[in-house]
Design a protein around this ligand. Structure first.
Ligand SMILES: [Zn+2]
Length: 286
């Protein structure tokens, strides 16, 4: 697959392989062999044959104890796609591996990661929408939609997608990168955070930059967006220019922030991420 353009970043629908059909609503499981999205914590369970990673097919090994009923959410090349989850305590039988979505070595192909991301997001929605958040009733599935309607109060619920802003900050030939304690050793990334009530995405980028680094920015310009199914975000990517302030970090959420010269950048986020896309393409954004 070519390096992503703005629209086909991994996890976006444009990165899906041919022959993939997302169902408009959950389907009944059919009797034909299926392909599986099996989630185990932050990992995707895959069949490993040498360097080749594939989705499990057919009957799953009996030692995989499912923690959620299989959800038929799509088809691919004529086969039903089911998504489910297993306990993080389960020991995988030989031939299966639990590959982290955020592995440093990006072994999962972008197309497979995108299929799995959609299944993951829909399974999360099914898990989180079992009861009406308004009255506690048990919503029914709507026809031709992933939404649900509560039979008791009539409220309609649709998949929750949480917008976030992520921003690449430039000062001359330097980029402002931050480091969070939970990231891989030596890795630096971009300022990002969830949208607050009563806030535009640009305002969110400005606020998050101020909160995480003490830096003020200007010329906040939208570049692209990426579905981010961990569990259900939409990352809106911006580029901005430094306008003032000096770096100050809290040492907890953010442990370091620094200006790096474009020619000598540190260990960067994986290529699957909008963060990396913004960094790699920043020279082309005027
Ligand atoms: Zn209700």
């Amino acid at each position: 697959m070519p390096y992503p353009e703005t629209i086909n970043l991994p996890f976006n629908r444009s990165a899906l392989p041919g022959g993939f059909v997302l169902h408009p609503t959950p389907q009944t499981r059919d009797s034909h062999p299926a392909r599986w999205i099996v989630l185990q914590g932050p990992n995707l369970v895959l069949c490993e044959q040498g360097e080749l990673l594939q989705l499990p097919q057919g009957a799953l090994p009996s030692e995989l104890l499912l923690t959620f009923p299989p959800l038929a959410f799509a088809s691919w090349q004529g086969q039903q796609l089911l998504v489910t989850a297993i306990s993080s305590q389960t020991t995988l039988p030989e031939g299966l591996v639990a590959e982290p979505f955020n592995a440093l070595r990006e072994r999962i192909p972008a197309e497979l990661m995108t299929i799995a991301g959609i299944g993951k997001q829909l399974l999360h929605w099914q898990q989180m929408s079992r009861f009406c958040s308004r009255c506690g009733g048990q919503p029914h599935q709507l026809a031709d939609s992933w939404g649900k309607k509560c039979p008791d109060c009539g409220y309609e619920h649709f998949p929750h997608i949480h917008p976030c802003a992520i921003v690449l900050i430039r000062r001359d030939d330097q980029l402002l990168l931050i480091r969070k304690p939970e990231w891989a050793a030596g890795r630096y990334g971009l300022v990002a955070g969830f949208l607050d009530v009563g806030e535009s995405l640009e305002e969110c980028a400005i606020r998050e930059t101020r909160e995480e680094t003490g830096i003020e920015i200007k010329n906040v310009r939208y570049v692209t967006s990426q579905c981010w199914p961990f569990p259900s975000q939409l990352m809106a990517g911006f580029v901005a220019d430094y306008s003032g302030g000096s770096i100050q970090v809290d040492g907890n959420e953010v442990e370091d922030a620094r200006w790096f010269t474009i020619g000598s950048l540190p260990n960067l986020p994986a290529q699957r991420s909008i963060a990396r896309f913004l960094i790699d393409s920043c020279a082309d954004i005027s």
